[in-house]
Design a protein around this ligand. Structure first.
Ligand code: SF4
Length: 694
């Protein structure tokens, strides 16, 4: 304010970081942003925010932003700044030539969970309607794709069941593989308030998270499980509930498939899943596990919240199914205060999945093989659609290395930093003839690009984001795009340069097309959102005011489905060379790989990642807090400073992944979830030794 002067006007928009989706007033003086103030009318945040959102605008004006398109013939040449027309013509020419020579399936796209619903919808449409392929994937591949699979199989749709307001009615919260205080701070504040008011807490996490330090916390259990044993713990909880007769038979009979329940109940009753039988495997004392299972089953309202500590495992999808099983067997679904609630990491990861970013699903989670769904989009788009699912990101890279996948358009995603097995990603990208990166900064992936298209920040966008509670929030343009074109305009221009005839004038028209083709969005318009502030999907004639709680009278798929959850150990094992298990997480002031937050005032609070190590393990290695250590796995090694703490159990080490110097993905394995290929970031066998630094 001192530098720019008092604000003259304000624009209400939505934070572009985490899945809470806080609303802010961007206060402006002329074209200068004076400050961001959390908006009291925001239904996800009600006037609150965290330190990330407050200072998010810093990266919008950062000197590192690339504002002009650039091209080069090959990646060993320097970049050449060109006009938008030349860049788009160059990109379209290469893509058309590659499609002509190698076929439509030689091309693909990656959508961004940081972009709007409208932008994401257009990118998957570019793949399907212009390239002619279902080769579209999203960064949700590396975070919540198991949520998509597990909840679709059990409940019938891939979304959290509740609104955030529901937390006010929770009697017992189960927090699994999540650290809301750092990852979803505004939601965490509401949960802590409820815990202070007497709600009970079960934390299932290898690390002692801050929620367990909530002042005046009542009854609480910490199931400090060994990384990689989620399914054994969840199934053992189910064992207790089944064998002690604590399940809700009336709910199961009314709402679920009884035969599948009977089969599942017989499966979990196996003594091999008794808490005593899995104690040595999981590291969770049997008595604690039994108490926690009984408490969850007995709670009038028990709600489960979970994060990437559930999904980023070789059994990520199985764990999501196990969680859904627990909620169904106790009747904790379909009313306020209960449910299964994935805490989405990125601002629009829910929306990017809703909008058909996955290679097997058109918008609204409808399989590409369904002729009725294809007919809707074929009529709307005037094309014939491919009925075969396309390639996932790792398969695109494999196909590239085999010489069959040639060109990719990547919007708002730095796969070289965020995806597993960095060497594999680099080799795949290097094998392609046309890599188009559409982003704010010259990121690591851009080292392998032939075309760089400058992107716009959330302050320059018009459209919608969908948060973790399915709330569709408006994103309003605060300032004109500094790069000249909004992201949706870039995608449209690329499509048209390839020969399409798209003619959208405004993102509201794109939303109108989404509403016309996707039943859950049928009544969503910008006018409705501007009038009401926000709305939670499904929003259609059956639910004109939206749907704060899902599965109220019945599951989306009809009967809820119980599925067996056999525990299968990960291939990643400790041994004499790598005796510790590494798991990862986030810190309050930083966001993902830090591309945005490192370019804001938030660097004041965090300038490096550290390795948490238990005092016992530290002493054995002669390590003290602040020492440099070498972290090595079977995949690679990196250096970082140590913090000796009993937040982690003996045998477990932990770090964050916000700083590029840490290179956590050099250490992680190439194991992935059996159903979705989501990487197993949360379990890596490592050795830690004192070092002299990088
Ligand atoms: Fe809200 Fe998340 Fe943004 Fe923080 S990062 S202000 S909690 S949306």
């Amino acid at each position: 304010v001192e530098e720019i002067g008092l604000p003259e006007r304000s624009v209400v928009t939505t934070c572009a970081y985490c899945g809470v989706g806080c609303s802010f007033e961007a206060q402006m003086r002329g074209e200068e942003l004076v400050r961001m103030v959390p908006w009291k009318g925001g239904e996800a945040n009600r006037g609150h925010s965290c330190v990330k959102g407050r200072f998010a605008w810093g990266y919008a004006t950062h000197k590192d932003r690339i504002l002009n398109p650039m091209i080069r013939d090959s990646i060993d040449q320097p970049w050449r700044e060109v006009s938008w027309d030349e860049a788009l013509g160059f990109a379209a020419g290469r893509l058309n030539a590659l499609r002509e020579r190698h076929g439509k399936d030689a091309l693909g796209v990656i959508t961004s969970s940081r972009c709007t619903n409208e932008e994401t919808y257009l990118v998957q449409k570019l793949a399907r309607a212009v390239f002619g392929t279902n080769n579209t994937d999203t960064c949700a591949r590396v975070c919540h794709s198991p949520t998509g699979y597990g909840l679709k199989q059990t409940f019938g749709t891939s979304a959290g069941t509740q609104n955030f307001d529901s937390v006010e009615e929770v009697d017992l919260a189960v927090v699994i593989g999540a650290n809301p205080t750092d990852g979803h701070p505004v939601f965490a504040s509401r949960l802590r308030k409820r815990l202070r008011a007497g709600a009970k807490l079960i934390v299932i996490d290898p690390r002692r998270i801050d929620l367990l330090e909530t002042p005046h916390l009542g009854e609480a259990w910490h199931l400090a499980l060994r990384p990689g044993t989620n399914v054994a713990v969840m199934t053992a909880m189910a064992h207790v509930i089944v064998t002690e007769g604590l399940f809700d038979e009336a709910f199961i009979r009314a709402r679920c498939d009884w035969e599948e329940w009977a089969d599942y109940a017989e499966f979990v009753a196996n003594p091999d899943y008794a808490p005593e039988a899995v104690e040595a495997l999981t590291g969770v004392p049997a008595a604690t596990l039994r108490e926690a299972a009984r408490a969850y089953a007995a709670a009038p309202n028990g709600a489960i919240y979970y994060g990437l500590g559930v999904t980023e495992h070789s059994q990520g999808s199985t764990t999501v199914i196990a969680i859904a099983n627990l909620a169904m067997m106790t009747g904790n679904i379909g009313r306020p205060g209960v449910g299964v609630n994935p805490l989405r990491g990125q601002n629009n990861v829910q929306g990017s999945c809703d909008m058909g970013s996955f290679p097997h699903e058109l918008p609204g989670y409808r399989h590409v093989s369904d002729p009725d769904t294809r007919a809707i989009f074929e009529a709307a788009w005037g094309v014939t659609l491919d009925p075969e699912p396309g390639l996932r990101i790792p398969n695109m890279l494999d196909e590239a290395m085999a010489g069959r996948f040639k060109g990719i358009y990547i919007q708002g995603e730095d796969i070289l930093q965020s995806d597993p097995d960095t060497r594999h990603v680099a080799a795949g990208l290097a094998a392609m003839d046309c890599v188009i990166v559409h982003d704010l900064f010259l990121n690591e992936t851009a080292n392998y690009a032939h075309v760089f298209l400058p992107g716009s920040t959330f302050l320059e966008k018009d459209g919608t984001f969908t948060n973790a509670e399915r709330r569709i929030n408006r994103v309003r343009r605060v300032m004109a795009p500094k790069n000249g074109l909004a992201d949706w305009e870039v995608t449209q221009a690329l499509a048209n340069a390839m020969g399409a005839g798209w003619a959208y004038d405004h993102p509201a028209q794109i939303m109108a097309e989404i509403a016309a083709t996707t039943p859950g969005f049928a009544n969503v318009t910008f006018d409705l959102l501007d009038e009401r502030g926000s709305v939670q999907w499904p929003c259609n004639d059956a639910a004109p005011d939206g749907s704060p709680v899902m599965h109220v009278d019945g599951f989306v798929r009809g009967k809820g489905r119980f599925i067996r959850t056999a525990y299968v150990p990960t291939d990643e094992r400790t041994g004499p060379r790598f005796p510790l298990l590494l798991t990862t997480g986030r810190i309050l002031s930083q966001y993902n790989v830090g591309a945005q937050t490192r370019r804001t005032a938030n660097t004041v609070w965090h300038d490096q990642d550290v390795l948490e190590i238990h005092p016992h393990d530290a002493e054995n290695r002669g390590i003290k807090t602040g020492d440099w250590v070498r972290l090595a796995s079977r995949s690679g090694e990196t250096s970082l400073r140590a913090e000796v703490t009993d937040r982690v159990a003996p045998g477990v080490v932990y770090t964050t992944f916000h700083h590029p110097g840490t290179q956590a993905n050099v250490v992680t394995t190439d194991n992935s979830d059996w159903a979705t290929n989501c990487p197993e970031y949360k379990v890596t066998a490592v050795q830690v030794a004192p070092s002299n630094g990088p």
